[in-house]
Design a protein around this ligand. Structure first.
Ligand SMILES: [Fe+2]
Ligand SMILES: [Fe+2]
Length: 150
């Protein structure tokens, strides 16, 4: 799924994200999805050719923005869970932590200029996010609704 660039760049790409029941979180997810698409576009352009210094700088900028925003989003989502006593907090946080560890590894590959630009590299963020949002984040929808959050 989501292998073709045309699918990623359709204007309705954000419609593929499930509504997790909390508006502020939905907005953050949409922003993350936008970043993932941007990352995919840049990585896709580098398949089969040697990146220039300018390409690397672009990759550095996009990826550090992704890292910063993923961390911000996870922190806020976790705060909300903790604040309301969400029962799935521990296992959910573990998924977040593991993803951050993966991102740190990717960031060091980028920093060391040792990246194999293949299709899978470009779709990595999108694939993880769409799965996590639609499967894992979606699980708290009813819980937060019951708590009166919108
Ligand atoms: Fe989330
Ligand atoms: Fe999450």
């Amino acid at each position: 799924m989501f292998k073709k660039k045309s699918e990623l760049t359709t204007p309705g790409a954000h419609c593929l994200l499930k509504d997790v029941g909390v508006n502020a979180i939905n907005r953050q997810h949409l922003r993350l999805a936008t970043y993932a698409i941007e990352f995919n576009q840049i990585a896709d352009e580098l398949i089969g050719r040697e990146p220039t210094n300018q390409d690397w700088r672009k990759m550095d900028a996009v990826f550090s923005r992704v890292m910063r925003y993923v961390e911000t989003h996870f922190r806020e989502e976790e705060e909300l869970m903790r604040e309301h006593g969400y029962p799935g907090f521990d296992s959910h946080k573990r998924l977040h932590d593991r993803f951050i560890e993966d991102l740190v590894k990717v960031q060091s590959q980028i920093n060391n200029r040792k990246v194999a630009f293949k299709k899978k590299f470009g779709t990595m963020l999108w694939d993880w996010l769409i799965h996590h949002i639609n499967e894992e984040d979606y699980k708290y929808r009813q819980f937060f609704r019951d708590k009166g959050l919108t």
